[in-house]
Write a protein that binds this ligand. Structure first.
Ligand SMILES: CC(C)(COP(=O)(O)OP(=O)(O)OC[C@H]1O[C@@H](n2cnc3c(N)ncnc32)[C@H](O)[C@@H]1OP(=O)(O)O)[C@@H](O)C(=O)NCCC(=O)NCCS
Length: 152
């Protein structure tokens, strides 16, 4: 079985026809509001870093990366549909993203996660990320974020 694939789907690059599925996952899984035009702008900025998981029927998860500096990447948005979590989909998406980033010459990666997002924090810690600081009032509802970081 090819790396990044599993018995019920595969990772691939974002395509415009995926937009509605992505917006639906965002609405159900993320607490911040993002417009479709922002999502498409992020895609245009670095297409290879916008990766989706396709289960042969629909898109069930996605990750969007960006360049934070000449050497550092940033995970901007990342979610898997609730009913498909804990099946390795997130792991496949993150692994592909980190390969894209290291292939682009980046050596570290950062991300922000809500301090009360226990599953997200566990997921990232299991992937070698460390909490390096707390960002007070980071989100629009004024809740805090952890800044997490990893060498890739
Ligand atoms: C974070 C997220 C993307 C992980 O996706 P996923 O497909 O469920 O992750 P995986 O199945 O690949 O999990 C890989 C490992 O991470 C850890 N993990 C993931 N979810 C966990 C949870 N709820 N509790 C404890 N550990 C967890 C486990 O070690 C897991 O391996 P295991 O299932 O073999 O024990 C998903 O939970 C999600 O979409 N959350 C809502 C949005 C979000 O929080 N996004 C990230 C922050 S911006």
């Amino acid at each position: 079985m090819a790396a990044g694939n599993s018995f019920f789907g595969f990772v691939r690059g974002f395509e415009f026809r995926d937009s509605e599925s992505i917006m639906e996952i965002i609405k159900c899984s993320l607490s911040e509001y993002y417009t479709k035009s922002l999502i498409l702008d992020l895609y245009k900025t670095w297409p290879e870093a916008f990766i989706v998981y396709d289960n042969y029927d629909s898109v069930i998860g996605f990750i969007i990366g960006a360049k934070y500096s000449g050497t550092e990447g940033r995970i901007l948005l990342f979610a898997v549909k609730k009913q498909f979590r804990r099946s390795g989909v997130g792991q496949n998406l993150l692994s592909r993203e980190l390969r894209v980033m290291s292939g682009a010459g980046l050596s570290t990666v950062r991300l922000e996660v809500r301090t009360d997002n226990e599953s997200g924090i566990k997921f990232y810690k299991n992937n070698g990320f460390s909490i390096i600081s707390t960002l007070k009032n980071y989100y629009s509802d004024l809740s805090d974020a952890y800044l997490m970081w990893k060498i890739i």
